[in-house]
Write a new protein. Structure first.
Length: 474
């Protein structure tokens, strides 16, 4: 018996008006999860569609949906509608520029990935295979390298069966590679790991000049200090470097001045929860270093006191010319003081995370909020247990002379008072989220996360006196 083809999960309708024709594409209800959406199956049939909608209009519609939902499985389903739609899907290369196969609903099958590369991904520039785990091996990488010569970005995070030989294949056959995500690919230090020293030598020697994004988070690596030196000396166009949660057999010594000289375009530097210290440098090298003038995001957060942490002097070395800084994550840092924060040259920080940071517990933390109140969108002062300091800091934010655009305030476990919360709600109309969980000084029933409509109701209740001075506490 002939094989039955699955029906499309999209349905369309042409709606004719007096002077116009409108195409409406909607999703059908799916009967079960886990459907394999990589393989195109049905043969399109002639119909009304190919006689009513011009090709260039179809392309624009498909581009819009691909931008919103991704190329897969949408394009395969559209190809089943009629020959014209199939032709648009197959010939319009721009529709396949970015392909995301990381969705959990996709049945991850390497043989089908190989066929997909052969049939559809010849012009793909950005491919996401995050989370394929054991399903992606050297065979799949070989197919990608062979059939996707225009590839400029690939995400291999959490692909644990990818090894150093796969990286060599990629960089040799994909000369345009600019971005590679190798997060969580190595559970133990290994000479065959894709993030081992020899593998990284191959990567930076072939792609170093053009490499802009390098993600190595959540890996266990040996020889990490040598890898850092390689990156600093061979990647002049690097924009994003993620070394979060990296475990090294020797610890990380981050050569600040080498990176500032070798990677002057760096915008994002993520060092959170890595056993990292700043490499020593002479006074002359520190003075002559150009800094990171384009740096916009810096994360130096730590989980525990046992980890190496960055202090005020390190922060000054990192940020001495970073006037464009927009995000600073210093959660858990025991050696960052208010003085170190206030001395940062950036005046327009938008995201500031100081949960469990030593600076958040000192009496003069309000100075930090006064400096950046005019630009802050997100503030995290969770577990700030100094009652007077916390209240003064939030009051400084809420009563800023020119107002504040604050949208998110995290105060979980802090010593914030109800009176300060009232001022915050009254003076900050842009506030969209407020976290008051575990705040011991607040009335019973108030210790929650407020967001959206719930936050609006909370504003009204506070304004109406719903939580009065006689409310019981716990």
């Amino acid at each position: 018996a002939p094989k039955k083809h699955r029906k499309s999960h999209y349905k369309g309708a042409l709606v004719e008006g007096s002077n116009s024709l409108k195409l409406v594409i909607t999703k059908k209800k799916r009967k079960k999860k886990g459907e394999d959406v990589i393989k195109p199956e049905a043969t399109p049939s002639d119909g009304l569609w190919d006689s009513k909608i011009p090709t260039h209009i179809l392309r624009r519609i498909f581009e819009f949906v691909v931008h919103m939902e991704g190329a897969v499985p949408f394009l395969f389903r559209m190809a089943k509608v009629c020959p014209l739609w199939q032709a648009v899907v197959e010939t319009e290369r721009c529709l396949w520029d970015h392909v995301d196969l990381s969705w959990t609903t996709i049945q991850r099958s390497e043989p089908r990935l190989v066929r997909l590369c052969q049939d559809r991904l010849n012009h793909t520039k950005d491919l996401n295979l995050s989370g394929w785990g054991n399903s992606l091996t050297c065979r799949g990488i070989q197919a990608i390298a062979t059939h996707c010569p225009k590839l400029s970005a690939i995400n291999l995070s959490h692909c644990t069966k990818v090894f150093s030989d796969s990286i060599q294949i990629l960089v040799e056959k994909c000369p345009n590679l600019k971005s590679i995500d190798l997060s969580a690919v190595s559970r133990t230090p290994s000479m065959t790991s894709p993030v081992c020293l020899s593998s990284m030598k191959t990567l930076v020697s072939k792609c170093g000049d053009q490499l802009t994004h390098l993600m190595m988070a959540e890996n266990k690596v040996s020889g990490m200090n040598s890898i850092l030196t390689l990156i600093a000396e061979n990647c002049p166009n690097l924009i994003n470097l993620d070394l979060s949660n990296v475990m090294s057999t020797t610890g990380l010594l981050f050569p600040i001045e080498k990176f500032q000289k070798g990677c002057p375009k760096l915008r994002v530097l993520l060092l959170a929860n890595s056993y990292v210290a700043m490499a020593p440098a002479s006074v002359v090298d520190q003075v002559q270093s150009p800094g990171f003038p384009d740096l916009e995001e810096l994360s130096i957060a730590v989980k525990g006191m046992s980890m190496r942490t960055i202090g005020d002097n390190d922060l000054e070395r990192l940020l001495k010319t970073s006037h464009k800084l927009r995000l600073l994550d210093a959660r858990g840092c025991p050696n960052i003081s208010v003085s170190g924060l206030v001395c940062i040259p950036a005046w327009d920080i938008q995201h500031l995370y100081l949960s469990n940071c030593a600076a958040a517990r000192t009496s003069d933390v309000e100075l930090v909020l006064r400096k950046w109140a005019h630009s802050l969108h997100v503030l995290d002062l969770s577990w700030a247990v100094n009652e007077d300091a916390t209240n003064q800091a939030i009051m400084a934010l809420a009563t800023a002379e020119n107002g504040t655009p604050i949208e998110v305030v995290e105060l979980c476990g802090s010593a914030i008072s109800f009176e300060t919360i009232k001022v915050l709600l009254s003076n900050c109309p842009t506030l969209k989220k407020l976290n008051l969980q575990s705040c011991r000084s607040l009335p019973r029933g108030m210790k929650r996360v407020y967001e959206g409509e719930e936050l609006q109701r909370f504003r009204e209740e506070v304004k109406e006196g719903r939580f009065g001075d006689d409310s019981s506490f716990q």
